[in-house]
Design a protein around this ligand. Structure first.
Ligand code: GDP
Ligand code: GDP
Length: 436
């Protein structure tokens, strides 16, 4: 499941984000179109010659409080920590600078493969300028142009040549999940509390290509789980860890690698904007989601506290209305024993398949209960529905004219499906299609 990670590193202005966007292509993100959600991406899925990988623009991890050189150094360290292959970018227009040499020194000490890209080689004459960069000691420089999109094919061929061997296609039968959330909500405390349970049997598995980032455990009921990215959670003491962009990037990686995402909130501090960014990505990725309200021990509670907190979450995370909420404490271990069974349940729902005949009975009942309204004198006709995918469950609904199916009617159908089957914890996708 883990895809190779490529990180772009280099001093500001060499064209990192331009190249990032070119390689990412136009993958339009729903979340980034949501007001208040950060627009500039630093982590994306990408593909070259049918091989999928992930791309990080370390330049987007902003540490503006830090001095210039220190920022660059830390971005290079992030690249070394995170990536399988590093693209070190310099610029043919500005030429070789002190900052480039500083980055080179750091990368040189790492044992990660580094591919040197000279950007802004906009024309043939500029090609002569790339030879200066041999002095950086990373071998042949690859000339590219973010403005024209040239040279990227050769660069990516070289990058791909350094990817780890594709892992054997061993089917992972375990339930893969991760804790996500902003710093200090209690993710590592929860990891340790769950793995520390006496009844749980832990077997660390060494990642074949990177440091062990997954931990496998078995519950007394015999259910096998893989906790994704525990190394990332446990790794401590780096300055950049507290930056929002870095933690969002880590969260995106963990989401990418999991089937079930445990979104952790801090009861003591309530809901912050950063919680919403992280939750938005989990939803968008189509993973099963559970909301954990941690540090429940810190609140003075009465009969209304839980209900009020729940209302707040439902208001702030409307798109996650399917996610169950559980109030826990890593400190007192309150309700931690409920977590594995809940993960198992939402994971099952995430892969639930509904037979067409059963599904269509539900749809027909829904139509009888609440016939589609007229729109401009035309009436929506719903003929037939069928499930075309799992993880998340995806249904195609065949209709006379897709435009006639209003959002509210779509919501109604989704709710009827949810009433008939257990889809707790998982998003459902409905695709409207004209019957041909
Ligand atoms: P970053 O700070 O490294 O992420 O750099 P940006 O992607 O923001 O680019 C810095 C500047 O260089 C912008 O004004 C870009 O338009 C420009 N730029 C990027 N790629 C090229 C290129 O291939 N040729 C030229 N001439 N300019 C470029
Ligand atoms: P992370 O950054 O999300 O991994 O958060 P940590 O697990 O490092 O926790 C941050 C701080 O919150 C630490 O001081 C923990 O001891 C504390 N903490 C974590 N969980 C709880 C909890 O359930 N109750 C209380 N009172 N404190 C907690």
């Amino acid at each position: 499941m883990a895809y190779p990670i490529v990180a772009i590193v280099g001093r500001p202005n060499v064209g990192k984000s331009t190249i990032f966007n070119r390689i990412a292509g136009d993958r339009i993100s729903i979340v980034e179109d949501t007001p208040g959600v950060t627009r500039d991406r630093i982590y994306t899925r990408a593909e070259w010659l049918t091989r999928e990988f992930r791309l990080i623009d370390t330049g987007g991890i902003d540490m503006s409080d830090e001095p210039f050189m220190s920022q660059i150094v830390q971005q290079a360290e992030i690249a070394i920590d995170e990536a399988d292959v590093i693209v070190f970018m310099v610029s043919a227009i500005e030429g070789l600078t002190d900052a480039d040499e500083r980055v080179a020194k750091i990368l040189y000490r790492s044992n990660k493969p580094v591919v040197l890209a000279v950007n802004k080689v906009d024309n043939v004459e500029k090609r002569a300028d790339i030879y200066d960069f041999y002095a950086l000691g990373f071998g042949e420089p690859f000339p590219i142009s973010g403005s024209h999109g040239t040279g990227l094919g050769d660069l990516l061929d070289e990058v791909m040549g350094h990817f780890p061997e594709k892992e054997e296609n061993v089917e992972d039968q375990t339930i893969r999940f991760s804790f996500i959330g902003r710093p200090n909500v209690g993710k590592s405390s929860l990891v340790n509390a769950i793995l520390g349970e006496e009844r749980v049997i832990v077997s660390d598995i060494a990642g074949t290509t990177r440091d062990a980032i997954d931990t496998r455990f078995t519950t007394p009921e015999g259910d096998e789980f893989t906790m994704v990215d525990t190394a990332g959670i446990r790794k401590r003491g780096k300055v950049y860890e507290s930056t929002e962009k870095y933690s969002v990037m880590r969260a995106m990686r963990a989401i990418d690698d999991s089937n079930v995402v445990l979104m952790v909130l801090n009861a003591e501090e309530g809901i912050r904007d950063q919680d919403k960014h992280v939750a938005g990505y989990a939803h968008e990725a189509g993973r099963a989601v559970i909301i954990l309200v941690n540090k429940w021990d810190t609140l003075e509670k009465d009969n209304h506290t839980m209900g009020e907190f729940e209302d707040l979450i439902r208001t702030e995370f409307q798109y996650l209305s399917y996610a169950p909420i559980i109030f826990v404490s890593a400190k007192t271990k309150q309700r931690l024993d409920k977590i594995p069974a809940l993960i198992k349940r939402v994971n099952e729902n995430h892969q639930r398949r509904i037979q067409s005949s059963t599904l269509n009975e539900v749809i027909m009942d829904a139509l009888a209960l609440n016939p589609a309204p007229n729109m401009n004198g035309k009436r929506l006709r719903v003929y037939y529905a069928t499930q075309v995918a799992v993880q998340p469950p995806t249904f195609v609904v065949f209709v006379n004219e897709p435009e006639l199916m209003h959002f509210s009617y779509e919501r109604f159908l989704e709710n009827q499906i949810r009433k008939a089957f257990d889809f707790t914890g998982t998003p459902i996708h409905l695709i409207k299609r004209a019957r041909t």
